[in-house]
Design a protein around this ligand. Structure first.
Ligand code: PXG
Length: 472
């Protein structure tokens, strides 16, 4: 039998060995992790986290794209505590409801802008982005059944998209490594290429021309599948986990034209992009398109407690409500009162501090300028931001855009130098990406830029010392 665990007396190494003995981490090579031991994060404040060795680290990833309001917000903890003492849980299945869930649904309906009279007046709650996308699959198929077009089952997504890790989420996503495990994608989900200008544009092609061409891959796919069989198109406004892929300005308007022309539903997966991340409460507002369903999770509570959901536009909601009878779908925690109370407090805080507005008008443009200055670095092929997400691509040759061989794992090398110097940046292949808390000040952006440049310099030195990059 294992000895009882007293949390007060565990050293870092004890925690690490218990961790590798018992905790199977998400997306992790467990044998590899056991050999070196996980980093133990013990506390956080503002934009910083501390590990069990006392090292302070600037968290330029907001946890995992979620802590938009920053760490250490007393009022979010207070909201959870108060709600736990009043009503910690009740379900919303059997004709019951609870006040925080009702208030949050109404608040979200108020925050989500109408586009051309298309409104979002309804919300379906879950506990995560993955679950929310499962809800989307169920809901769009139900919608088409109710519309008398049950053959409309196919959902089109994009390669390198991330829509979660459940069977439907991973199938909607376009990650080949995920599809390779567990017989995915499930039937009737298909993918088109992503709008990644830097990698996929032809020689001399402008971003505008590329954006149109990339959007038309959707039309080609619709025609290939058969327009009467397509249920929906799902996409992230800006691809997050895929490496911060920002589409050219011409992309979304052309996507909108195509989904309108063929009458298919549009799902905007805003798990990363909503709640101020791109300078608006919802990202479809920034790109001025008109989704029928909007997936949210993560920053709705700034990650303080799990919550997700789908904003359901009038087109779908009216059919489900008027014609649908019972929709046989839902989760124990749909409309969890504590999660909804934290979300309400978080939205109040974000509104009071105008976090979306400051990203749009102040710190977002400042981050963009700052990223621009990194383009002079010998390893940086391109540097781009959109609101408070940013990506740098590391290349072997800036002129020809020649990438590094994959097995050199240059992104991972750079990520290690970031960690070593007190900065959390995520590596997606050789794209180095950030999504900092929206509370970050200009001074903190400068501080982050110094750390990024240092990590880039150390990566360059390591490559040069291994003879993998010319010393100029
Ligand atoms: N949609 C999008 C756009 C996401 O970014 C999900 C759905 C799934 O959400 P849940 O809550 O089920 O995880 C996500 C999640 C990464 C990374 O490495 C990104 C996510 C999750 C885990 C890792 O960048 N995004």
């Amino acid at each position: 039998m294992n000895a009882p665990v007293d949390p007060k007396t565990l050293s870092t190494t004890e925690l690490q060995s218990l961790d590798s003995a018992h905790f199977l981490h998400p997306f992790t090579d467990h044998k590899g992790l056991a050999a070196k031991g996980a980093r133990v994060i013990t506390r956080a404040d503002d934009i910083y986290v501390w590990d069990s060795e006392g090292k302070k680290i600037l968290d330029a990833m907001s946890g995992l794209w979620c802590v938009n309001a920053g760490y250490g917000r007393q009022e979010l903890a207070d909201a959870a505590h108060a709600q736990m003492m009043k009503l910690p849980f009740y379900n919303s299945f059997f004709q019951t409801t609870n006040e925080p869930a009702v208030r949050l649904a109404a608040r979200l309906a108020e925050l989500a802008p109408a586009v051309d009279g298309r409104r979002f007046q309804h919300v379906f709650f879950s506990s995560s982005g993955s679950e929310s996308n499962d809800t989307n699959v169920r809901m769009v198929r139900r919608y088409w059944d109710l519309m008398g077009q049950p053959q409309r089952k196919v959902i089109i997504s994009r390669h390198n998209a991330y829509h979660g890790s459940t069977m439907a989420g991973a199938s909607l996503g376009g990650m080949s490594g995920m599809h390779a495990q567990g017989d995915l994608p499930i039937p009737n989900i298909t993918h088109i290429q992503q709008p990644y200008y830097y990698e996929l544009a032809e020689a001399g092609e402008s971003p505008e021309a590329f954006g149109l061409r990339a959007a038309r891959w959707l039309e080609e796919k619709i025609l290939e599948v058969g327009p009467d069989k397509v249920a929906a198109f799902i996409a992230e406004p800006v691809q997050g986990a895929g490496g911060v892929i920002i589409p050219p300005d011409t992309y979304w308007p052309e996507i909108q034209r195509i989904v309108d022309q063929y009458g298919i539903l549009l799902i905007s997966d805003e798990v990363i992009c909503a709640f101020g991340r791109l300078g608006h409460w919802f990202a479809y507002e920034k790109f001025a398109y008109k989704p029928d369903l909007v997936t949210f999770a993560k920053a709705v509570t700034s990650g303080y407690i799990p919550l997700g959901g789908v904003l359901v536009g009038d087109r779908v909601a009216q059919v489900l409500i008027d014609k649908g009878g019972e929709f046989n779908h839902g989760y124990t925690y749909s409309g969890h009162p504590v999660a909804c109370a934290v979300a309400l407090a978080n939205i109040d805080l974000m509104a009071r501090e105008n976090l979306p507005g400051r990203v749009r008008d102040d710190v977002g443009p400042y981050l963009a300028q700052t990223f621009e200055t990194l383009k002079d670095h010998p390893l940086v092929g391109d540097a781009e931001t959109c609101g408070f997400v940013g990506g740098l691509v590391l290349v072997q040759d800036k002129v020809t855009r020649q990438p590094f061989p994959e097995d050199w794992a240059v992104g991972m090398m750079c990520r290690a130098h970031c960690f070593g110097n007190g900065l959390i940046m995520r590596a997606v292949g050789d794209r180095m990406i950030i999504a900092p808390p929206l509370t970050m000040t200009r001074e903190q952006i400068d501080e982050m830029a110094v750390l990024i440049r240092k990590a880039l310099d150390l990566t360059l030195q390591e490559l040069q010392s291994r003879g993998k990059f010319p010393i100029r």
